[in-house]
Design a protein. Structure first.
Length: 195
């Protein structure tokens, strides 16, 4: 189990690490849509495909991100955390996920050995981490907090709406939201006795 220090440590990307497997993505329009009550069912369908492809090598699967928070506007992209025994062993899972349409787009050894695979239709970001990863804990804490704290859910949605018109890469959009995200994380960590 990760320590409180590991869970509360914010990640700043390594400027010397190039995470792009296929080259950096093109800038895209960030379009937020109202919460879609069909997102959980879409996740269930996607999860069934991932489970079938991975079999017993799948250790955990979670719907995370904004589409997992009822009432929250979001990009129409499902974010999923997949836990495997060793994210570095790409041969153990990437070919299996390719059979259901995913392609490896991000490799970040410096961030908990994170890998991200993308599905284009419907849009999915499948984040791969190892067991007891602090980041999967953070994702669940953030999701669950926003589900029951409407003030922070609204604060986060306002940050998203302010960040979206800036254009550029999704990473730029995420950076513009970062101060509000970290402020909310601070409340979450304190409420859970992690700080």
């Amino acid at each position: 189990m990760p320590t409180p220090e590991q869970i509360t440590r914010h990640h700043d990307p390594d400027p010397d690490e190039n995470p792009w497997v296929e080259g950096p993505p093109s800038p895209e329009l960030i379009e937020l849509v109202p919460y879609n009550p069909q997102w959980p069912a879409r996740y269930d369908t996607l999860a069934a495909d991932i489970r079938a492809a991975m079999g017993s090598d799948l250790l955990d699967l979670e719907h995370v991100g904004s589409t997992a928070v009822p009432g929250l506007a979001a990009k129409d992209v499902i974010d999923i955390d997949l836990t495997v025994a060793d994210p570095r062993d790409e041969e153990a899972y990437v070919p299996r996920l390719q059979t259901v349409g995913y392609r490896l787009t991000i490799r970040e050894p410096g961030w908990h050995e994170h890998r991200c695979l993308r599905l284009d239709h419907p849009r999915v970001n499948l984040h791969v981490f190892g067991p007891d990863c602090p980041e999967t804990i953070r994702h669940k804490l953030f999701r669950d907090w926003l589900r029951i704290h409407p003030d922070d859910r609204m604060r986060y949605e306002q940050a998203k709406r302010s960040a979206a018109p800036g254009g550029g890469h999704v990473m730029d959009y995420n950076l513009r939201k970062q101060p509000v995200i970290r402020e909310i994380y601070d409340r979450i960590f304190r409420a859970h006795g992690l700080l």
